[in-house]
Ligand binder design. Structure first.
Ligand SMILES: *Cc1c(COP(=O)(O)O)cnc(C)c1O
Length: 366
């Protein structure tokens, strides 16, 4: 038996804590991946995912992979040799998009931004006259910044809009159809409050028609996945790969939990928690990192004060309070902390807990 580790409050940029309903569903008996009960579950999950994405796309399902796998699936099916992809980069995940698109053979037009700033929609739209794809990250988890996808979508013209919604889905307003998102991928472990392992995915019919035929991946070929996702002729289900049935059960429980609360209420809960955390951090004399007016509620970035040992603070929070917060990325590793309030963590109690612990920690080891 593996050791059972203590409960941690996961206020990092990675997994948030899971909703209790999800952990209960994960302990249910395993069923077969072609059992009619599982097929029904997959259909319900796809329907629920349409709601959290804000889409009517029939091709909406959980890709059997993490968020990065969803990113691979999105690019592999949309760009191939010589296709132009304009990619807005304002943090680590935009950088990752460029690398994935390059490996697909795309001609990548990278539109760089200073980290901590939202994307400049005009600059992104004027980067190339007729790209096949325009890609952007809605919620940049490396910097704590939200970008304006609606305006990007309104100006996309004939291009396909590809969006990373990993740290926004199930926590922030997200309206794939209204905003013109053609291909979107997400993750379960951020605001959806489900452990990592699946990538909620959606593709418009327009994007499906313009997909790469014979993409350089068998596993992620969305043309072959039709039988699995229920989009095939007559909705017959055929074996494609063995779906991670237990993870899908966990995702269903998470989506049920969120939709029962109501999407508007869930978004408002995240916004309120983020605002309270920002206020509390500033009241402690700390300075926020992300550009004012574009700060994510689900992931708050705060500057490490001069002379404070950022690693020591994080270690003390973990050892003394069982609280995990994140370090910065790349050049910001020791310069910022990243505090996530995702899913069940987006609550007044969590804000009080993390602020109190941080205050005591700064006094003890700062
Ligand atoms: C976490 C994250 C990813 C990667 O997801 P994994 O599940 O770690 O593969 C991609 N994009 C963003 C914005 C993320 O926050």
């Amino acid at each position: 038996m593996p050791e059972i580790l203590p409960f941690r409050y996961l206020f990092g940029p990675g997994p948030g804590n899971a909703y209790p309903e999800v952990m209960a569903a994960l302990s249910h008996p395993v069923i077969g991946h072609l059992d009619p009960a599982f097929i029904d579950r997959l259909d319900r999950v796809s329907e629920d995912l349409r709601q959290v994405w804000g889409t009517g796309n029939p091709r909406t399902w959980p890709v059997s992979a993490t968020g990065s796998g969803g990113m691979e699936a999105a690019f592999l099916n949309m760009v191939s040799d010589g296709d132009v992809a304009v990619i807005a980069v304002n943090g680590l995940f935009g950088e990752r998009m460029c690398e994935v698109a390059r490996r697909c053979g795309a001609e990548v037009i990278k539109v760089d931004h200073e980290w901590g700033q939202p994307i400049d929609v005009d600059r992104v739209l004027s980067a190339h006259p007729n790209p096949k794809v325009i890609a952007a990250v809605h919620a940049e988890t490396s910097t704590g910044v939200r970008s304006d996808i609606a305006t990007l979508g309104a100006g996309k013209g004939d291009a396909l809009l590809l969006v990373d919604a990993v740290t926004s889905i199930g926590g922030l307003e997200l309206r794939a159809d209204d905003w013109g998102i053609d291909i979107g991928y997400a993750g379960t472990q951020k605001c959806l409050g489900v452990p990592p392992g699946l990538s909620p995915f959606t593709v418009s019919e327009r994007a499906f028609e313009r997909r790469v035929k014979d993409p350089r991946s068998w596993y992620f070929d969305i043309g072959l996945l039709g039988g699995y996702v229920g989009a095939a002729e007559g909705h017959t289900r055929t074996y494609h790969h063995t779906a991670p049935v237990t993870m899908v059960a966990g995702l269903e429980a998470g989506l049920d939990r969120i939709l029962a609360e109501g999407l508007d209420a869930v978004w408002a809960r995240h916004e309120a928690a983020g605002a309270a955390l920002r206020d509390g951090l500033e009241a402690m004399g700390l300075e926020l990192f992300a550009a004012d007016g574009h700060r994510l509620p689900s992931l708050t970035t705060v500057k490490v004060p001069d002379g404070v040992n950022s690693t020591g603070v994080r270690a003390h929070l973990l050892e003394r309070f069982d609280i995990e917060i994140g370090a910065g990325v790349r050049a910001y590793r020791d310069k910022i902390w990243r505090i996530g309030l995702m899913g069940p963590n987006a609550s007044p109690a969590s804000v009080t807990l993390v602020l109190g612990a941080l205050e005591e920690t700064l006094a003890a080891v700062g």
